[in-house]
Design a protein around this ligand. Structure first.
Ligand code: C5P
Length: 205
């Protein structure tokens, strides 16, 4: 069983993907981490994330980098969004994601192009979304909880910028697959969101 979970930043798709993997006892791949690792490695290499050649050279990052806490930062998220516009970077990360998606015991993958490009044959495709304001509020709460001082308006502007970059890039833009179930979690708490998702998945299987 392959479950594809796509959606914009801070939509809750990562948490939902994790919950699904644990519920069905199958492995989970957060594909955003791969792009984050590339973004981080470009900087370690002294390269420019907007330069395709520098970004491709960074796709050779050491596997251990995927454990690094710095990958979760907003700065790295922004770098990831910049390197992910390069088609050659997406190509370099394709096989890794594809082979994860085709392992025999099933998988949950979350990202931006799982249902459209990486696993177009997934058994269930979900597109998790929420309003920009609500996603900014959630991200701001999360950052504030971690002791990071930041203005809500700043977080909202950054999310809007990342959305625009992900939606408007020519290669593998962020969009729901035609056969995806679109779930808007704006008015849901975590439990309600997962309940709706699980119901949708169980009905679809
Ligand atoms: O999901 P996350 O916020 O960690 O992703 C970071 C960035 O990586 C996204 O803003 C997006 O630009 C890029 N990404 C992508 N395709 C994926 C996963 C992430 O382009 N499958």
């Amino acid at each position: 069983m392959i479950i594809a979970v796509d959606g914009p930043t801070a939509s809750g798709k990562g948490t939902i993907a994790k919950q699904l993997a644990s519920h069905f006892d199958i492995p989970h791949l957060d594909t955003g981490l791969l792009y984050r690792a590339v973004g981080h490695q470009v900087i370690l290499n002294g390269g420019d994330p907007d330069n395709e050649r520098d970004a491709v050279a960074a796709c050779d990052f050491p596997a251990a980098l995927l454990d690094d806490a710095v990958l979760r930062s907003e700065t790295t998220g922004s770098l990831a969004s910049r390197v992910s516009v390069h088609p050659a970077v997406r190509q370099a990360l394709f096989d890794r994601q594809r082979s994860f998606a085709t392992q025999s015991n099933g998988a949950v993958l979350d990202g931006r192009d799982i249902g459209t490009i990486i696993a177009p044959d997934a058994d269930v495709k979900l597109f998790i979304t929420a309003s920009v304001q609500e996603r900014a509020r959630r991200r701001w709460l999360e950052m504030t909880d971690r002791g990071i001082e930041v203005q809500l308006t700043e977080v909202e502007a950054d999310i809007a910028k990342r959305d625009a970059r992900d939606i408007n890039r020519s290669d593998a833009p962020l969009k729901a697959a035609v056969d995806a179930f679109v779930i808007d979690t704006t008015s849901f708490n975590r439990e309600e969101a997962f309940e709706t998702v699980l119901e949708t998945v169980q009905t679809a299987l």
